[in-house]
Design a protein around this ligand. Sequence first.
Ligand code: ZN
Length: 252
Amino acid sequence: MSQFVVFAGLTGLIVGSFSNVLIARLPEGESLVRPLSRCSVCGTNLVWRDNIPVVSWLLLRGRCRMCDSRISWQYPAVELACAAIWAAAAWSWGPSVRSLSAVLLASALLPIAITDARHYIIPDRLSIGGLVAGLTLAFLPGGQTPVSAVLGAAAGFGVLYVVGWLGEIIFHRPAMGGGDIKMLAMIGALIGPVGALLTLFIGALLGAACFGPRALRTGQLVPFGVFLALGAALAFLFGDLILEWYFGLLSR
Ligand SMILES: [Zn+2]
């Protein structure tokens, strides 16, 4: 069991390292395989020993080997976060479909949230990619059924599409990005229709708490994907508890 957790953690490190490539390249529309990783300041290609997750950053003390410019702490942070999530999923749920859904969901949400926070973009390759992965995963026994995954994707897409449509009528400007709609469809494919609606509910609450009145007044852009990502994580982990509590309140 502990070997399985270590193996999952190491896999998470590699996935985190790839996430850094996605975060850097997808918003710029660059290829994911070429050119090789290089320093963003001096352009020196990184050799294998500069590419080891976390370890290289520590050995280089966060600086480029050639030009000494700073390498963001975001690289090792994303790698460590990813490794921690993968290890935690393996530890909590063992080799199961629930573990697999957890790491898939988290590995899509993490780069989406960071990219949305920085560029207000949710790359299709992450949302649509996650959607396809979620629908595929539903064919494995032990998780949700394919019908539930399809209904989840439809619910996620449909509800945000309608919210965006109403918002445009009320506020006379685009209220919902297409990226957010595809992202919630992906979340629904992975955690089902109830999970998708819960995600939207929690995400809207958190988003309103952080940005609400100010964003409405000033028309400021809100990286809603960040809040949907938090909502999805909470819905995945505590969805049953939250629903139990909520319906408990209603039936009192
Ligand atoms: Zn450099």
